[in-house]
Ligand binder design. Sequence first.
Ligand code: DC
Length: 441
Amino acid sequence: MIIVIDGPAGTGKSTVAQKVAQKLGFTFFDTGAMYRSIAWMLLQEKVDPANREEVCRLLPRFKYEIKIDEKSQRRYFVSGTDVTAAIREPTMSSAASKIATIPELREMLVKIQRKFGHHCNAVFEGRDMGTVVFPDADLKIFLTAKPEVRARRRFEELLKKFPDMNQTLDYGQILKEIEERDRNDSTRAISPLKQAPDAHLIDTSDMNVDDVVDQILGLLPQHKSYFRKKWLYGFSYWIARIFFKVCFRLKIYGLEHFRPGAGIVASNHASLYDPPVLSVSCPEEVHFLAKDSLFEIPLLGRLIRVLNAHPVSRSATDASTFRDLIRLLRDGKKVILFPEGTRSSDGGLRPLERGLAFIVSKGRCPIFPAYIQGTFSAWPSSKKFPRLFGKISVVFGTPIEWSDFEGLDKREAERQLTEKTAQSFKELKDWLERGAEGVPP
Ligand code: DC
């Protein structure tokens, strides 16, 4: 799902977008930071932001990264230099507004922004998100506020960020700059700042941040059932997690290999405990397939439905199941699959079926390989009822990227992908049996 929030400077876009993303568990993208980062690079190179030719010459050198620091704050890097604070200086605002009129630069950034949004649940904030970058966004918001209110907010924000500037900061000057930037942004020939016809307009002049956030969440399609489902998932997740932690001393390794967005969590399969154990081991919401007969068992049926199980009638190769899987991946979800097909009868690893590679090639997403140990002795396929105590471990390995196989012939790509996944299961098993030292392979 993509939510876009556009509007001029000082309407509270960044704070609101960040809060909406946080509440929904979505990724947040501040596209203004990209324009500011290019402006920073140009000023470092002493290039005039109004010189289109010079700016275009430098564009291929723009290397941009977003990282999350230990306080869960976003940090922006240009060619390895942390520019998070520097890009907020007032000189960067006017330089960013000037370069934003260059068509080649916008074209390059729009491509990067669309790539970020591919297979991802995200909130994007900027100027042209609803009109140009994501015209099909699921929800479009356009924020406005009176220029005087925006200038006051900017003044206070700058004072908080750069307290040394309290002698030089001038409210009247900021108001003038804001009006000039509005003019620049809304009169430029390419992608001017304007409200998309299907965007919801919110005037934030007399509203606080939380009210704006609530209003946006209220506009989400089926937001009530969405939140109810999210709450139920969270609740069941913790009950199941506590159960496995207490009764089975569940240990999870390799979480550093996880990243947001679509993907298949592929694992060995030896027990009916595997889907819930993997679900509670993943750091984000996951989906899985379960035999339709399981949905008819009174309590279990309800529990697995809440935990995002999707009924499958015979096997994952059914056309309708396949369509459901691809839809989930396109929506940016993670899906658990057991490529060995059926449960192992002795707890050991089994050969993999080709279905996994086929789904990956259609969903164009990474595989997050995982190895589960201990569920077989807790509940082997030969036993009708599970044991209630034991020891279970889950190890996540280095993601296998579909893009590494994309250039190969289709059959060869699927063969190599299957082989690599089987190899990964084996390596994770060995790593665990060798004593689980360091980061899993
Ligand atoms: O949102 P901001 O103040 O950080 O944006 C800085 C400048 O970047 C703004 O003046 C216009 C430009 N911009 C743009 O043209 N399109 C976007 N999607 C985001 C920002």
